[in-house]
Design a protein. Structure first.
Length: 658
């Protein structure tokens, strides 16, 4: 909204002469109001009036002075940054509670931006850079969230119990220098966790629409999206959002501004695919977020055999439109790796579609399809990567014995590298196998570093590398890699979970809970996040919250791990008999595989039984239990770090205590 447009309701009693002073300026804006007006004008007007009523009830409690409304937006002045922030938090809480009672589609969500600076009063209005900056940062807020500038943060950081997510410096229209921006985290612990600043132009490839007559061709439109992400990721001067976050918008009806704010991107690439027989029509358009402006658009009609080359062509045209320099090696990487057989490529896309579903049946189906692709084109490296990844996930999810799955996964990954040593995905696959199944973290680290060198935009490489670093006890480096993964895949529950677990290992339990809660906002029943949250709460002494997260795990039928976490919560809170009774009941099930040996050991240690804890860690070591790799940095085992027997286990695993 233009900050100085004609007001719907001017402030009463304001001076008509010029008056300059320091003030906090708050802008609010209703999410989706314009599109709702187009669809249902009576409902939009009703919600607008309700929005105004609620905001005007809250403003006086915090000394807020309404300067004016501009359509669905408010401009409000405060005498202090603290009152402005507390008012914004109250407003968002009020709407959050109100929306619970509203039918779907009738909730009111706001974005709020706050800045502090000089303002000039003139004729019942206010002017100045503070007004301009507040209005420009407001669209950076996710729906229901608040963003503030560095100036506000400096004044309130030690006066409130909220957390803050650093978004980094942002270039704003008509503002000469970049402005440092923070998102307020109303749920979770206090403190700041920083999303790493990425000076590159950032882009997201939204899921391509399937316009084919056969709705079963969804695999092809999804595959086109994934392959374009892969092609653009090879351009070093671009920051490309990963598939996990991009695909969350497949069914979402959100505006360019909403998506841009949520993903913190400068540009969107969207399009559609129509496949009929051996012909493919691809329509694609590049949109600049700040101005909601179409930068470039094109329609391609090609034979199916030409699709791989088309993806490289689109990526290069995007780079040209964004004035991004393409290096010769980047052009080469985009043009290599193409299958010699079009049917093999089609089978590979079908395999990735099933792999992404992550069920036992879909993973075996993916292996079948990748195998057929490799049979048609024995030199197609990505088909072998797909096979390796499928077996790795089958073992990680306990669908196959690790020994059987890991040997097949490693064979496929090594074959992919033999065919194309410049394929980042192949090195990540091998790194995962070496770290997860062979406990060889130094070798895994080499593979992850090679993958990142080849493709710095590959979020999975940064994520898996962060885990290897964590296992090696290099927690600061692990946190940095996890944060880089989050920057590339900002809507990934597993990356938020890994980051929360690493932060918990660093002893910042309160900050860890904020990250783990963010994972649960993205997926309410995400078992790894609930597990991490229960342990973080237990370590910080919030026993009732720990028990609540553990009981949620049990209700989700997460297997023995849910009840083991509950037993740990009981033990650390002093409810020893309940913990022992639960543990004794669980031991027969755990002894069948020892996959949860580390969690059993943690319960025994919390109960004060050091010998039993070490005994179970030895059992887990002999069974090569996958969960054992994390014990070196896991603060549940802090009491054992000076014990020679514990150190011996770590050394035999090739890791060191944190």
């Amino acid at each position: 909204m233009p900050p100085n447009a004609a007001p719907d309701r001017p402030r009463e009693g304001t001076p008509s002469v010029s008056d300059r002073r320091l003030a906090a300026v708050m802008f609010t804006d209703m999410v989706g109001y314009t599109s709702l007006m187009q669809r249902n004008e009576p409902l939009a007007l009703t919600l607008l009036e309700e929005h105004r009523r609620m905001v005007r009830e809250i403003l006086p409690r915090h000394g807020g002075t309404e300067i004016k409304t501009i359509g669905d937006a408010f401009m409000v002045e405060f005498l202090s940054a603290l009152e402005a922030l507390l008012c914004a938090v109250d407003i968002q809480k009020a709407f959050e509670e109100e929306n619970l009672a509203r039918p779907n589609g009738q909730g009111i969500r706001l974005r709020i931006g706050i800045h502090v600076g000089d303002v000039e009063h003139r004729g019942g209005d206010i002017y100045g850079d503070a007004v301009n900056i507040a209005s420009r940062i407001e669209p950076l807020a996710a729906p229901g969230r608040i963003v503030i500038t560095q100036q506000v943060f400096d004044q309130i950081r030690n006066k409130v119990g909220f957390g803050f997510e650093r978004l980094g410096p942002k270039s704003l229209k008509n503002v000469e220098l970049p402005v440092e921006v923070y998102m307020v985290v109303q749920k979770g612990g206090a403190g700041v966790f920083e999303v790493p600043v990425d000076e590159r132009k950032r882009i997201v490839v939204l899921p391509f629409a399937n316009m084919s007559p056969d709705r079963g061709d969804d695999y092809f439109s999804d595959g086109m999206t994934e392959e374009l992400i892969s092609a653009l990721s090879k351009i070093g001067q671009l920051g490309v959002i990963s598939r996990t976050s991009a695909m969350k918008y497949k069914e979402a009806s959100k505006s360019v501004r909403e998506i841009g704010a949520e993903l913190q991107v400068d540009n969107l690439l969207e399009g559609s695919v129509r496949k009929a027989g051996n012909r493919v029509r691809v329509t694609v358009q590049l949109i600049e977020v700040a101005e909601d402006r179409h930068v470039w658009a094109e329609t391609y009609d090609r034979d199916f055999e030409d699709v791989f080359a088309l993806q490289s062509d689109i990526a290069q045209k995007v780079a040209g439109s964004l004035k991004v320099q393409l290096l010769p090696r980047e052009v080469k990487r985009m043009s290599t790796g193409a299958p010699s057989n079009a049917k093999a490529y089609d089978l590979y896309l079908q395999g990735r579609y099933h792999w992404n579903r992550r069920t036992k049946e879909s993973l075996f189906k993916a292996i079948e399809l990748f195998g057929k692709a490799a049979k048609l084109d024995p030199n197609y490296a990505l088909a072998y990567v797909g096979t390796a990844d499928s077996y790795t996930v089958l073992a990680d999810h306990l669908y196959l014995p690790s020994e059987e799955a890991s040997s097949k996964a490693k064979e496929a990954a090594l074959k992919a590298i033999e065919l194309d040593d410049d394929l980042a995905e192949a090195h990540v696959s091998l790194g995962g196998i070496l770290g997860l199944f062979e406990w060889n973290q130094p070798a895994a680290e080499r593979e992850f570093k090679k993958a990142i060198e080849l493709n710095p935009n590959y979020a999975t490489a940064h994520q898996w590398y962060s885990l290897a670093l964590c296992y090696l006890g290099r927690l600061e480096e692990a946190s940095a890699e996890a944060m880089q993964a989050l920057r590339l895949d900002p809507l990934s529950p597993i990356i938020y979970t890994d980051l929360g677990d690493i932060t918990n290992d660093m002893g910042a339990h309160e900050a860890a809970t904020g990250m783990l809660k963010k994972a649960l906002e993205l997926d309410h029943d995400f078992i790894p996040a609930l597990l991490g949250l229960a342990n973080a709460y237990a370590l910080m002494g919030s026993y009732s919250e720990s028990e609540g997260a553990a009981r949620k795990l049990v209700s989700l039928d997460a297997g023995p791990i849910g009840e083991l976490v509950l037993a740990y919560s009981f033990a650390v809170s002093g409810r020893r008999e309940e913990s022992r009774g639960l543990l004794e009941r669980l031991l027969p099930a755990v002894e069948r595989s020892y996959d949860d040996a580390a969690d059993v050991a943690a319960v025994f240690l919390a109960l004060g039984d050091r010998e039993k804890a070490l005994e179970w860690l030895e059992k887990g070591f002999k069974a090569r239990a996958s969960g054992l790799m994390a014990i070196g940095s896991d603060n549940r085992f802090a009491a054992l770090r000076s014990d020679p027997r514990f150190v011996s286990i770590l050394r035999r695993m090739g890791i060191r205590p944190a």
